[in-house]
Design a protein around this ligand. Structure first.
Ligand code: GAR
Length: 210
């Protein structure tokens, strides 16, 4: 079955959703390694508890982004995954890294892309008076948060929402859609062609599918 490598920087609730989906038979894949750039990421503990190899490559010990990404790439290559899933991985990747894994690099971003690339997406949606917000899973290309979108899930924004409350609502959707996308990828149905995400013969994104 397909091999997944998961990159994290923090809590790892998306990682946990993948582990659970595999356990429930909804995702026919094996997580061959979890890599964090932060030693204190709780997701590393989640990996160990699931008997998955967990690695930390601490970015603060590298002179520059290129040398860090080079080490990261070497560790991933050693695991020989079919797909690399960024799951709350909070570092910008070099173009060389992204090109190396082109077509097999996925990311989850907490906004309805192309809205709110970058950080603090929930607060920005609130500040903007949006009544709707959400999350996107997309292929990673060298343009930050700009690669082809695979699926989006929408949530309402309520008048008195705090960024934390909104983030919670969005993350419930994250836990549903990321394992689904990985299931598609791992069963050979999802590809990136010509900078477009394609599921079976359909050009994505599909909205409201999940
Ligand atoms: C998730 O909400 C994910 O969408 C976001 O970080 C959180 C990680 O949660 N990702 C980004 O902001 C990427 N720029 P998790 O560690 O519990 O999966």
């Amino acid at each position: 079955c397909a091999k997944i490598c998961v990159l994290i920087s923090g809590n790892g609730s998306n990682l946990q959703a993948m582990i659970d989906a595999i356990g429930a038979g909804k995702l026919n894949a094996r997580i061959v390694g979890v890599i964090s750039n932060r030693p204190d990421a709780y997701g590393l503990e989640r990996a160990r508890q699931a008997s998955i190899d967990a690695y930390c490559i601490d970015h603060t010990t590298f002179a520059d982004r290129e040398s860090f990404d080079h080490a990261l790439q070497a560790q991933i290559d050693a695991l020989a995954p079919d797909v690399v899933a960024l799951a709350g991985y909070m570092r910008i990747l070099t173009p060389a890294f992204v090109d190396h894994f082109s077509g097999k690099l996925l990311n989850i971003h907490p906004s309805l892309l192309p809205k709110y690339k970058g950080l603090h997406t929930h607060q920005r949606a609130i500040d903007n008076g949006d009544t709707e917000h959400g999350v996107s899973v997309h292929f990673v290309t060298p343009e930050l948060d700009g690669g082809p979108v695979i699926i989006q899930s929408r949530v309402p924004v309520f008048e008195d929402d705090t960024a934390e409350e909104l983030a919670q609502r969005v993350q419930e959707q994250e836990r549903r859609i990321y394992p689904l996308v990985l299931h598609w990828y791992c069963s050979g149905r999802l590809t990136m062609n010509d900078n477009k995400a394609v599921l079976d013969n359909e050009i994505l994104p599909l909205s409201g599918y999940a």
